[in-house]
Ligand binder design. Structure first.
Ligand code: 5AD
Ligand code: SF4
Length: 454
């Protein structure tokens, strides 16, 4: 007979003096944060309370990211630090999940060198959490689940969200693109899309609960719909979401430039609720490197796309991801990246030094570019972008922003993001957090603007 693991774990916990507390710490992208909320949701079903304080927790899950080596090193550092906690509380459970957990080498390394960890599980096993916890509690042995499964989407798992006023909503999982540097297709599997009905139902529920900003999530949002029975694509999904009643705004993360059609930009331009900001990961401005990366667009096609986007939305704010130092990148290649950065005038760039990921195509290339050269290029890119945003942000002086406040900055500022996704600071009380307010921009920096509530 199939065991109901949720109930079985509940029964074990019910015998304790107090319900155990769980702490789920997510690293990396928004998608992973969203997965972490569903891990918390499952733990709540098993009778746990939730805490952000690891020292108070009886169950700790590190929901990891494998996209670059430094992300992994950080995780191993954090796992090491948990050893002392486990010595003080031998009954606690420590689990390592997420993208690193999916790679078999992680379980091997943890088994060998981090004996205080109880469970290692991959992204495919996220729904198996109740069984994994049950086995760890009853068998008292090291539990590993890195099996690749034909997973459907996570439906019907309640999410425990940290904020009420903004929420990530996954619209698709996995990636089929196989950019040559990227580990994601290996640890998150093939693309699969949620049904539009489920997505819209979830958004309606969030909006009626007071959510003011919905971030649609997926590794490649604009390949949404492939493989679904109903014929639907990302622009059509955006149209339907835009038609949902209520006072909220919509963002998405991230589209792939190769799938960014004119219709995609037209829909954003015509919409009422979709923020006029897009994240368009460039990765490199050199056609030779783009080809090696398997990105399937050229610098010229990318620039045409930006030109069209700005034609239909003159105020559009654009951000990007850039990888510096892909194997055998020359300074000439890098200069092409700088050319695009200068031509587009991004509002924000997220730049990374290339990190070799075992198992990917690019990891097989013998790289002759030195780490020093890569470091120097990285710093040059940051300096160029700093100057651009310094200048470019000045266009916002006097503008009216709709700001959703979500935190504090230094002692005197409350911070939030505008529809353009620009960090906006105002002087005010923390009660502003969670509210959407109009702000007039009075001062600009190269990373944020300051303003006054209107
Ligand atoms: N090295 C450096 N950066 C990477 N990214 C993905 N894989 C790598 C890698 N191996 C970056 C890309 C991607 C962002 C999420 O992370 O720029 O868009
Ligand atoms: Fe990685 Fe490319 Fe897929 Fe993005 S689109 S997750 S960079 S393989």
């Amino acid at each position: 007979m199939e065991i109901n693991y949720i109930q079985a774990v509940r029964d074990i916990f019910a015998k304790r003096e107090a319900p155990p507390l769980c702490c789920v710490h997510s690293y990396g992208c928004q998608q992973n944060v969203s997965d972490g909320e569903k891990l918390k949701g499952q733990l709540c079903l098993m009778g746990c309370g939730v805490t952000d304080d690891m020292t108070a927790a009886d169950i700790i899950i590190l929901n990891t990211c494998a996209v670059r080596e430094n992300a992994e090193l950080k995780v191993y550092g954090n796992i090491g630090e948990l050893k002392r906690l486990k010595e003080q509380k031998p009954d606690m459970l420590i689990a390592v999940g997420g993208c690193m957990g999916q790679e078999p080498k992680t379980a091997e390394k943890i088994k060998k060198s981090y004996r205080h960890v109880d469970i290692v599980f991959g992204t495919f096993a996220a729904k198996e959490l109740p069984r994994l916890i049950y086995e760890a509690l009853t068998k008292k042995e090291f539990i590993v689940d890195t099996a690749e499964r034909n997973t459907e989407c996570f439906e019907d798992i309640p999410a425990v969200r940290s904020e009420k006023y903004k929420a990530g909503v996954s619209i698709m999982y996995g990636c089929n693109n196989f950019c040559s540097y990227c580990i994601v297709p290996y640890v998150r599997g093939r693309e699969r899309s949620r049904s539009p009905e489920k997505i819209i139902e979830e958004i309606k529920r969030l909006v009626s609960d007071g959510c003011k900003e919905i971030m649609l999530l997926g590794q490649n949002v604009n390949s949404y719909g492939r493989g679904l029975e109903e014929k639907i694509d990302f622009p059509e999904l955006l149209r339907r979401i835009d038609n949902i009643d209520g006072d909220f705004r919509v963002r998405f993360m991230s589209p792939h430039p190769k799938d960014a059609t004119r219709e995609f930009f037209d829909v954003i331009a015509e919409s009422k609720k979709i923020c006029k900001s897009v994240h368009l990961p460039l990765q490199s401005g050199s056609d030779r490197i783009l080809k090696e990366m398997n990105r399937r667009y050229t610098a010229e096609q990318y620039m045409d796309m930006v030109e069209y986007a700005r034609k239909v939305m003159p105020g559009l704010s654009i951000s990007t991801d850039i990888i510096v130092g892909f194997p055998n990148e020359t300074y000439e290649d890098f200069s092409r990246t700088l050319d695009i950065v200068k031509a587009v005038k991004y509002d924000n760039i997220f730049s990374f030094i290339y990190s070799k990921r075992t198992g990917t195509k690019a990891a097989e290339i013998i790289d002759h570019t030195s780490e020093e050269d890569k470091g120097e290029r990285f710093r040059e890119l940051l300096a160029v972008q700093r100057e651009i945003s310094e200048e470019h942000y000045k266009r916002f002086l006097g503008a009216e922003f709709d700001v959703l406040f979500d935190g504090t900055y230094k002692e005197e500022f409350i911070s939030g993001k505008s529809g353009e996704f620009i960090i906006t600071l105002v002087k005010g009380s923390p009660e502003l957090i969670g509210t959407m307010r109009k702000v007039r921009v009075t001062k600009t920096h190269n990373w944020a603007v300051e303003g006054e509530l209107i």
